[in-house]
Ligand binder design. Structure first.
Ligand SMILES: Nc1ncnc2c1ncn2[C@@H]1O[C@H](COP(=O)(O)OP(=O)(O)OP(=O)(O)O)[C@@H](O)[C@H]1O
Ligand SMILES: [Mg+2]
Length: 608
């Protein structure tokens, strides 16, 4: 302890106000930025990216608690700036308050290195490009231990040893090395996903954990998520209203039981954003089985002026100037892409020249993209005509002489995407032949989706039918919510609920949509108001109505073991082709699969 601290210790408890020592102030501030080894890794990697690095190497020992080292080949730090780099509130990234409005670097607070230095032993070695040699600065808990020239290739290496050695309380909060290592790995992946042009390598001891070579965005997504993901997801690239949303979203049939693979970026910065999370959930709501979580990597871009990134010390939250627009944009674009997943449509990324020529292009041709291929029925390879027709084979076996369509169907682009029915299997599956090969349809699941979409179109499109409650339901709410009701803003219009303020923090519900009279009205209205207060919009009414209709659709749909005639089956196939979301049943299970001829040939070792 230095003498200043001794003097302060002497004063402590005397009830008088004293400024904190630099050391204590730094430790308090560090607590906000550095929660665990992964926080340090995130900050150091972001510094490397801001320095324009093409290669970033990360080494950790004991989950990063013992040692973290990050080396880059970026622009480096000028020897005269080395001490400033670890000084609090010193940065090369912004100069004036006005710069905060349009921050384009990942860092801007000028405190990450200072924070790390005050809770660990830190060594920074750096050589500025163009200079002959490097310099090294060594610190212990923020106090300087050495400052001298040192050999180093152009770029920077930061080593952080014995994290929290001087803050035992923090140290106790660390989890097992294994858990900390997982957090480190996640931090690296999160940053790497949005920086595909930079190569990343993460090792622990001699063991390589991640090795991500520089490449395109699609390649980076593949190396982080595995190659299956490309086939199980849809590429998206949508623009509008000065905003752009790119990335990949998992097919509803490819979901997680935990919300673990959800990556959302705003202008290249990974953030946890409730607004975006809500918009994505809402887009998936109708196609995802209850309790499942969508998988997504979404890069959202908007004018830097439209977003405030200076909201949280770890920079993991943002505030949008126009949050309602952002919500509507994200929800609208995702809902559209998901809705388009019906058989016969080849959903695709925008193939604008801009998208194709951008620094990180997604597969522009649907055939290059496994996920698209599944749906791109029209891009089939021509088949040899002398191959025995699958349809004939089946119909001869089953003596289904009334199968006109399949047999006489011209082999041309006229064949509808789901083809023509040839048989029913065990009363559960419809087998059909299309240009590609064999189509297998889960009859019940398909019918359920069609019935549901029909019920929805009848019940929900156009006007909402409301019903007046015999006895109004009283609900206690927050004053903000009661204010909202009293103001009667546009957000509450058209929902089919009639609300009235009855006190400072109480309201009465007088009318609700007819479909929902039997629902728990108090809960419904509470959820509805909470949504409107937080997101400026609500989808609860629609969601609850749809849930009811989904139940009805399930009951009204053909059960397994019902024999269908060929015309009935064909009618079902045609209905599927014209129904939104027909690729999944209401629970997010697939309604059909296609077995291309090539796959069938492989089964029989043909042409090998
Ligand atoms: N790897 C690096 N390569 C080049 N310069 C670096 C590197 N790391 C840090 N610096 C320099 O040191 C300064 C301080 O870094 P620090 O991370 O503490 O603050 P910042 O990045 O400016 O803001 P923030 O606290 O938001 O991260 C940076 O502004 C930058 O000039
Ligand atoms: Mg930084």
């Amino acid at each position: 302890m230095n003498t200043g601290d001794e003097a302060r210790a002497h004063h402590a408890g005397s009830g008088r106000i004293l400024p904190l020592s630099q050391f204590v102030a730094n430790q308090i501030a560090a607590g906000e930025v550095v929660e665990r080894p992964a926080s340090i890794v995130k900050e150091l990697v972001e510094n490397s990216l801001d320095a324009g690095a093409s290669n970033i190497r990360i080494e950790v020992e004991e989950g990063g608690t013992r040692r973290i080292l990050v080396r880059d080949d970026g622009i480096g730090i000028h020897p005269d700036d080395l001490r400033l780099a670890v000084a609090r509130h010193a940065t090369s990234k912004i100069a004036a308050a006005g710069d905060l409005a349009g921050v384009e670097t990942l860092g801007f607070r000028g405190e990450a290195l200072a924070s790390a230095a005050s809770v660990a032993r830190v060594t920074i070695t750096s050589r500025r490009t163009g200079l002959e040699s490097g310099w090294r600065l060594e610190l212990d808990g923020g106090a300087e231990r050495g400052h001298r020239p040192a050999a180093h290739p152009p770029g920077t290496t930061v080593e952080v040893v014995e994290l929290f050695y001087n803050t035992p309380v923090r140290r106790k909060f660390l989890k097992t090395q294994r858990t900390e290592l997982l957090h480190v790995q996640e931090a690296v992946r999160r940053t790497a996903l949005v920086n595909p042009g930079t190569a990343f390598e993460l090792t622990t001891g001699p063991r390589p954990l991640e090795s991500l070579p520089a490449g395109t965005m699609a390649e980076r997504i593949e190396s982080v998520f595995g190659e299956h993901f490309l086939a199980e997801s849809i590429a998206i690239d949508e623009t509008g209203g000065g905003m752009r949303l790119r990335g990949r979203i998992g097919l509803p049939t490819h979901s997680d039981s935990r919300a673990s693979r959800q990556y959302f970026y705003v202008n290249g910065r990974s953030v946890r954003d409730r607004l975006a999370g809500h918009a994505v959930r809402q887009a998936y709501r109708d196609v995802l089985f209850h309790g499942r979580h969508p998988v997504f990597v979404l890069f959202f871009e908007l004018d830097a002026e439209g977003v405030d990134v200076n909201v949280h010390p770890t920079k993991s939250e943002v505030r949008f100037r126009n949050s309602r627009d952002v919500h509507d944009f994200v929800f609208g674009k995702l809902a559209k892409v998901l809705r388009d997943q019906r058989p016969g449509t080849a959903p695709g990324p925008a193939t604008t020249p801009e998208a194709a020529a951008g620094p990180a292009p997604f597969a522009a041709d649907p055939r290059d993209d496994p996920a698209q291929r599944k749906f791109a029925f029209r891009h089939h390879h021509p088949r040899r005509l002398d191959e025995p027709s699958l349809a004939r084979l089946f119909s001869e076996q089953n003596e289904l002489r009334d199968a006109p369509a399949a047999m006489d169907a011209p082999r041309s682009a006229d064949v509808p995407p789901l083809g023509y029915a040839v048989a029913q299997l065990h009363g559960v599956y419809i087998l059909a032949e299309n240009d590609q090969g064999l189509v297998i349809v889960d009859m019940h699941a398909a019918h359920e989706r069609i019935t549901y979409e029909r019920l929805k179109a009848e019940a929900l499109d156009g006007q909402v039918h409301t019903q007046r409650l015999l006895v109004p339901v009283a609900v206690d709410v927050s004053t903000a919510e009661a204010d909202l009701v009293e103001a009667g803003g546009a957000e509450l219009e058209g929902l089919g609920v009639v609300l009235e303020r009855t006190g400072p923090s109480s309201i009465a519900v007088r009318e609700v949509p007819a479909l929902l009279v039997d629902a728990d009205i108090e809960e419904l209205v509470r959820d509805l108001l909470a949504d409107v207060v937080e997101f400026g919009t609500t989808d609860i009414i629609r969601e609850r109505q749809e849930r009811l209709l989904a139940g009805a659709a399930c009951h009204a749909s053909v059960r397994a073991n019902r024999r269908l005639s060929i015309p009935e089956m064909n009618a079902l196939l045609r209905d599927m082709e014209s129904t939104e979301n027909a690729g999944q049943c209401n629970h997010g299970r697939p309604t059909f699969v296609v077995q291309p001829m090539a796959d069938l040939d492989r089964l029989f070792l043909r042409g090998q």
